[in-house]
Ligand binder design. Sequence first.
Ligand code: ADP
Ligand code: ASP
Ligand code: MG
Length: 467
Amino acid sequence: MRVMKFGGSSVADAARIRAVAEIIVDAAASDRIALVFSAMKGITDQLLSVADEAATGSATFGRQCDEIRSRHLEVIRELIPDGESTAAAVEALCDELAELLHGVSLVRECSPRTRDLIVSHGERLNCTIVTAVLSSAGLNARMVDGRTIIRTDTTHGSAAVDFKSTYKLIRDTISPDDPIAGDVPIAIITGFIASDAHGVTTTLGRNGSDYTASLVGAAIDADVIEIWTDVDGVYSADPRFVDSASVLGAVSYREAMELSYFGAEVIHPFTMLPAVEKGIPLLIRNTMNPSAPGTVIAEHTSAQAGLITGIASIESVALVNVEGGGMVGLPGIAGRIFGALADAKINIIMISQASSEHSICFIVRDHHADPAVSALERELELELHQKKIERVQVERDLEIVAVIGENMRGRPGISGRLFSALGEAKINVLAIAQGSTEMNISFVVHRSDRKTTLNAVHRAFFPGEVR
Ligand code: ADP
Ligand code: ASP
Ligand code: MG
């Protein structure tokens, strides 16, 4: 049993969907398969921006809504002979979307709950079309709405999965052990979208369709979970910024988790969890180059020969620095700082404290910087007043870069090589952190230095590799 997930980049237009259909027809000829699809490329971004636009009370959301409608209808015209019923289903979904946006524009407010419902239309529209395309290619295809099989809490925008009920729902819906294999319809599952215990629509976070695929794979004990995208596999660095980046043949689950957590969006960070639990390998493959072997993500320790496996980076982050002589030896200060941030629901990406205890700095997403400062100024009001803490400062437009790899553990000289390379490239480093697992060193630079940094570090660890 193979679970195959196709991302937005694989279904950007009619030509790409046709290529995907060929890959699927081929796979279905020899194997049992279950499929997961994202929204068409760019549609999720467009839905989020149209929701924001409607929330301002502007009526111009109608134009964007029409664009979304015509893009989907165009694919039906090109790919589905006798596509009237599919077109009608797409029209109905677009009408529902327009009504929702109209409501948002009237109340001038879009709650996270409504946003999830709006954004769910991307996956629902695409899967409606893909199911019809595959049926017209002769497959027994059945659309499965992810909201009926993925159960989550109510954290809209990035909901937490309830594994037990999700696995049961998936197994009850997509049984892998049906006796008459030929008659079992192929499930075409909407990725990314889920629902809470009351059936309210939730989403799994950006790139969440990868996660849907691995949940499905783990529930039905698939042999492999394939993530089909627009690159040949996991690269040693983001190929958009580093020309000499090369495809990695194999990476461990832990390395893939670290790389994706630190910004390699080729895979959603949580995707590895269900796969690890069941020991199912993940395979990253390229829809536009299906003969390429891709990258295997599995349990083995890194098969990479080099000191590090890869480099990743998170953009648009801010550094918050809490500084003051009175903090030295003050017990509980770190606990209060992080407690206040947790209460304000601010996610900390990286922490660093100098051993002098004179300052604690941490990194958050840019949009969390102001709420973080307010939360800390409230919590530390007394210490600020007494000048035990001098200030809470923010620096924006930064980037976290992380070098990652299981081979780093216990090997001296890696930091030396890293920071010499940065010094030679005249990159100013604002903060540094190393996890105790020793498979990650992360540091912060100005965002404008991103490309120079990634290339300088890549050259230092992968000398002479040119694609
Ligand atoms: P999909 O739409 O298929 O989910 P994404 O755009 O989410 O595709 O992810 C694929 C993209 O991830 C690639 O086009 C590439 O630009 C980017 N990317 C970032 N870091 C890496 C990396 N280390 N290896 C491969 N791709 C990466
Ligand atoms: N369509 C969603 C997104 O753009 C989910 C995904 O692509 O995996 O984030
Ligand atoms: Mg993706």
